[in-house]
Write a protein that binds this ligand. Sequence first.
Ligand SMILES: C[S@@+](CC[C@H](N)C(=O)[O-])C[C@H]1O[C@@H](n2cnc3c(N)ncnc32)[C@H](O)[C@@H]1O
Length: 365
Amino acid sequence: MTGHAAGEHAIRDADLVGLETLVDQLDDVALLAIVFTLGRYGLTGAHDLGEIYGATSVAPRHRRILRRWLRVLVAEKLAVVEDGRYRLTRTVAAAEVEQARAKLEAAARGLEHGSGLARFFQLSVSYLPELLRDEISVQSLLFADADLDVADDVYQRNVASRYANAVAAEVAASLARPGARVLEVGAGVGGTTAVVLSALAGNRVDYLFTDVSRFFLSSARERFAAYDGVRYGLLDVNGDYAAQGYEPESFDVVLAANVLHNARHAVDVLTALRSLLAPGGALVFIDTTVEHYQLMTSMQFLMSPPASDPDADFTDFRRGTDRIFPTREEWLDALSTAGFSDLECLPPPGHPLGRIGQYLFVGRR
Ligand SMILES: C[S@@+](CC[C@H](N)C(=O)[O-])C[C@H]1O[C@@H](n2cnc3c(N)ncnc32)[C@H](O)[C@@H]1O
């Protein structure tokens, strides 16, 4: 399929075995840090959810994360649940977390750009009580000291993103003929934008960079000032597109990187995005399809509902499950149900990057 070779080329020097080790270490540290954190609250007996909420003072909007942690601990046999009461099966001492963190650092050290990722992650697990109470934000850890490098390591330079962004760029370049209209949604820090815009340079495309948050638009304006034909706008993928000023059938390519898991209803949002595409147009999106433990102690705090609506939930198959990321198969089903055809998904089955679970999907109108 288009793009796979470009993706492989982008990661040709990557140590994929080392990467798998790093992913395992990240998950190990996350699990130990969760048990350690709960232990610090004295939650070592059998407790129901209400008691756990009370002891941790978890902000109502982050309760979903705590429930998710408990499910994972049960699945990993680090806790048992009886009559709605959870009991840890073991305690974790600070020294054990430290040991796992040292192993993680060693695994990250050998990997190009692994260190930014590991630094951010270590910071997140050391602030779990504050994150739960909503006293600090993941964004402040990502953008600590106004240093965008960590965010770039997380979004753009890590191996899975390098592969997916290179594929996205190749696919976009093959679809976006001169004069094509490209819409990027949830463009954020612009990790994918940077790679795609550079592949499209010379195609004279009209590129509309959008995000739900104005915060990202001004930094993107500076970052992409050198490119002609880039415009900037606000777009909430969960909102009414016409009411936000977006006309049906007005784009040839819609691009979305690591944002569509925010769709309240996956099929409804895919259907709405499809309506923005001209006939023959394509939706290209990247998303994580695995609920890594490391995400549950870091990025997932960014994905909680707003404090004003703490119990807001997805309205699709994820409702009541406390899950965030549809699986690869669920996305493929949702694309078909939304009317997309000629579906493609990379990396191909059996690829080592499958362990990371970040995929690029293409669907055509
Ligand atoms: C994980 S970041 C990904 C950033 C960027 N696309 C990348 O991969 O480098 C998710 C982005 O989606 C945006 N976002 C979240 N909810 C959204 C929504 N409902 N509509 C549009 N964008 C949204 C966030 O503001 C953030 O910039």
